[in-house]
Design a binder for this molecule. Structure first.
Ligand SMILES: NC(=O)c1ccc[n+]([C@@H]2O[C@H](COP(=O)([O-])OP(=O)(O)OC[C@H]3O[C@@H](n4cnc5c(N)ncnc54)[C@H](O)[C@@H]3O)[C@@H](O)[C@H]2O)c1
Length: 438
């Protein structure tokens, strides 16, 4: 049963898997910088956006952070796991997203942050090696060790609540198998070291067993399977995923609805990226790339609905490439060539060249997701949080509905859910005059 939430007074523990990566350290350092008044949380809806309440004529647009009782940034305590024992400061220096000058302003906080030992298996991320890794005879034991980490962190930092978020590397692709289908089979698999159980699944299982939400910022299967749906529902815990929607996919979910809304046709969409950070290196491995490719490819089909519009979208060709190119570091360049057609089938082209910064786009999404998933838990939402689809490339959804990829529809859904949480009327955008007329 939903309860109207009140402003939390204590501390929120944010436990990040992959704590020393590019996105994580940009998220953490940025949060500290904003807390000190040294920067703006650009890209974060919870910190900057407003929300309309009531009729347009009411002129009531509070900021989301004033409307929703979210944790403030200075109530957040960071922690997490990684596969090397370096501090978050060293992690941020390796990532080279933020300048040394900016890092020095939050040096003390970043230097104090050291990861807990990771659950890691090179079979799942072939391009990385780790020496700060837990050892135990079974995957079940590893899962219990992560549970203990969560309890210890909560007690040591006097946190009231916890959110766990995966911002770790993309794991090798696996489809959902029988072992992932139910709590019973999955727990048996943990005890028998089933090879299809990945490290990310072990962290997620530990979080859900402890009763804390798990957010999946990568395209890994992790919480998008029968066993975790069952556990999240049983323990009444929110889960959200997967794969942050930044860069090229964000653009795709804006351009495809435009093409479809105007009933223009599509012959083909070719997307390619050059990227030189560690994520790019991991995605250079075909197994990890396949996980990412699946996540990127599904988007256009779901928006264009070729089954309903075969004359416009039946045979379009869609190709996605990610090329590891070290000189660019975290500054990705994403090209899109889109072959469309109009009236009587006459061809046209759209070309996009997005010179973006991956972690700069992803960090505010991590912040919003952490705050909103915690809110979801406090109001009694549990299982898949479809209202957070706005933030994901492959939004998780219940098996009986199709996913919603259109960024604008996702945005309306997000804001109407916020209104619903605070017992305000959802906004349907129908003119008041027309309502009166009826
Ligand atoms: N930056 C974006 O725009 C964006 C968008 C969508 C998704 N993502 C995803 O976010 C994730 C992080 O991206 P990044 O650029 O920060 O990559 P990164 O390589 O800089 O960071 C990943 C971190 O995860 C750690 N790690 C790997 N396996 C681990 C394990 N089992 N336990 C603990 N730590 C582990 C690595 O050591 C590394 O520090 C990737 O999966 C990426 O695909 C990023």
């Amino acid at each position: 049963m939903k309860q109207k939430p009140t402003k939390p007074q204590g501390k929120l523990g944010v436990l990040i898997v992959g704590m020393n990566g590019a996105v994580s350290t940009t998220f953490i350092a940025g949060t500290y910088a904003v807390r000190k008044g040294l920067g703006l949380p650009v890209g974060s809806l919870t910190q900057l956006a407003t929300i309309r309440i009531g009729k347009r004529s009411d002129n009531n647009f509070p900021k989301i952070k004033e409307f929703l009782p979210l944790y403030d940034l200075d109530q957040i305590v960071f922690g997490g796991w990684d596969i090397r024992e370096e501090t978050a400061l060293d992690g941020a220096r390796t990532a080279q997203v933020l300048t040394e000058n900016d890092l020095l302003k939050v040096k003390d906080e970043m230097e104090a942050l050291r990861p807990m030992k990771a659950v890691f298996d090179k079979e799942w991320v072939k391009r990385l090696d780790g020496n700060w890794v837990k050892q135990a005879p079974t995957k079940w034991d590893l899962m219990e060790m992560v549970r203990q980490d969560i309890r210890d962190f909560k007690a040591q930092n006097k946190c009231d609540e916890i959110v766990v978020i995966w911002i770790g590397s993309t794991e090798v692709f696996t489809p959902a198998l029988d072992v992932h289908s139910s709590i019973e089979k999955f727990e048996e698999g943990l005890k028998n070291n089933h090879p299809a159980i990945s490290p990310s699944m072990i962290y997620a299982w530990a979080a859900l067993k402890e009763g804390w939400p798990y957010i999946n910022g990568a395209p890994n299967l992790t919480v998008d399977m029968g066993a975790t749906f069952e556990l999240a529902n049983l323990n009444k815990v929110p889960i959200a995923g997967k794969d942050f929607k930044t860069g090229q996919t964000m653009v795709k979910t804006i351009i495809s609805p435009m093409i479809k809304m105007r009933m223009l046709g599509l012959h083909g969409w070719f997307s390619t990226n050059i990227l030189g950070n560690r994520d790019g290196e991991v995605l250079d491995d075909p197994g990890s790339f396949k996980t990412k490719e699946e996540s990127k490819l599904s988007v256009i089909d779901s928006i264009l609905q070729p089954e309903l519009y075969p004359e416009l979208y039946k045979d379009y060709y869609h190709k996605v490439r990610i090329n590891y190119y070290p000189p660019r570091g975290d500054n990705k360049e994403g090209w899109d060539n889109i072959d469309i057609f109009g009236w009587l089938g006459y061809p046209m082209q759209i070309k996009i060249d997005f010179l973006c910064r991956d972690s700069i786009l992803a960090a505010p999404l991590a912040l919003d997701l952490v705050l909103l998933t915690n809110l979801a838990q406090r109001v009694g939402f549990y299982g898949i949080q479809e209202w957070l689809s706005f933030y994901f490339k492959s939004p998780m959804h219940s098996p009986d509905v199709v996913p919603e990829h259109d960024l604008f529809i996702q945005h309306i859904k997000l804001k109407n859910t916020m209104r619903e949480i605070m017992d305000e009327e959802p906004i349907d955008h129908i003119d008041e005059k027309i309502k009166k007329f009826k």
